[in-house]
Design a protein around this ligand. Sequence first.
Ligand SMILES: Cc1ncc(COP(=O)(O)O)c(C=O)c1O
Ligand SMILES: Nc1c(O)cccc1C(=O)C[C@H](N)C(=O)O
Length: 396
Amino acid sequence: MTTILRKHHFDLPDGVIYLDGNSLGPLPRSAAERAAHTITQEWGLELIKAWNSAGWMDLPARIGDRVAALIKAQPGSVTMGDTLSIKVYQALDAALKLRPNRKVILSDSGNFPTDLYMAQGLIDTLAKGHVLRTPPPDDVQDAINDDVAVVMLTQVDYRTGRLHDMAAITARAHAAGAVMIWDLAHSAGAVPLDIAGCAPEFAVGCTYKFLNGGPGAPAFIHIRPDIAPLVNPALAGWMGHEAPFAMDPDYRPAPSTERMRVGTPPVVQLSILDAALDVWDGVTMADIRAASIALSDLFIAKVEAGCPALRLASPRDGAQRGSQVSFHFAHGYAAIQALIDRGVIGDFRAPDIMRFGITPLYLDEDDISAAADHICDVIQTEIWRDPKYQTRARVT
Ligand SMILES: Cc1ncc(COP(=O)(O)O)c(C=O)c1O
Ligand SMILES: Nc1c(O)cccc1C(=O)C[C@H](N)C(=O)O
């Protein structure tokens, strides 16, 4: 196993054990310096020349290739920009256009709300009689049939960490003639992927979680190269045009995934992400996965031994789990607030999930053991009953 612990690459506050990198990754030390360079040296000194001289216009493709390497997609098949919600919408719209005679979008009832909302909104906009089906996650494979235009799933369940079998479901979707979209929000940088091998038509994801690109970091989208020329983008922005500066009044899409670009790239966020991705140099996803499973198993064993009041919500088998561990606890919100007060940062998802991200880049066994001890103490002492832990914040 190569050394993967890169704690020294991150600026974590003293006394904090950060178990929320599955929602917002911590600050890489190099990010602030890179942002300052982009702002003062590039924008400040080069002004508009920086689009060329600092390579700003190529950032979505160049960083797309770095993300492609982490998700094992073909070089040139990933571009960056916008939010994940937008990328879900674009992929879904393009997928439906590829199957004009089919009316069913198949997802699952546990999918992240924005994915389902995007589907509902798109169905209304298209007004062509599409329907969204959301069976329970375990039933989704059997629900794939010849009516289905597109299967749109998030591989790792945001609440429980349950992992869908990407290869099997993609193969099943293709056998039924459906288009496959994977949302990799909780997968990229968390679990080994083989997008080129599984060959879904589309994959989308965000970069502010396990990839540590910072709040509002741009999303990514992958189109399988053989179908890219067939994709007809809904948001036909000028940056997705074959020749944006030809200022052609008619839209002609760029030949590759670049057609999914919409408008001006978020240059400062992309440069921060570029710095954040340096942390991954020399790290293999296989080593990350092995460490993540070992740390998660240790965490589960310690929490279960010390606090029987918590019920495991995640799959017990590490092979069935992403890189997070969740527990049911009726007073989970207050318990998480009490933990945050002690410097152990996890989060809460309604109705009763205490959620902890396991990120081997900056967590080791000592962190995991100490966090489990704090959890057990908070539960055993019932300190969470303190009224100050009951008030719900706007963002949980
Ligand atoms: C699975 C999943 N899809 C989509 C989103 C939404 O992404 P964004 O807020 O970047 O649009 C999130 C998290 O916010 C998510 O967890
Ligand atoms: N994107 C977020 C945000 O802007 C604020 C708070 C949380 C988020 C998240 O990413 C939530 C996350 N997708 C989740 O799994 O719950």
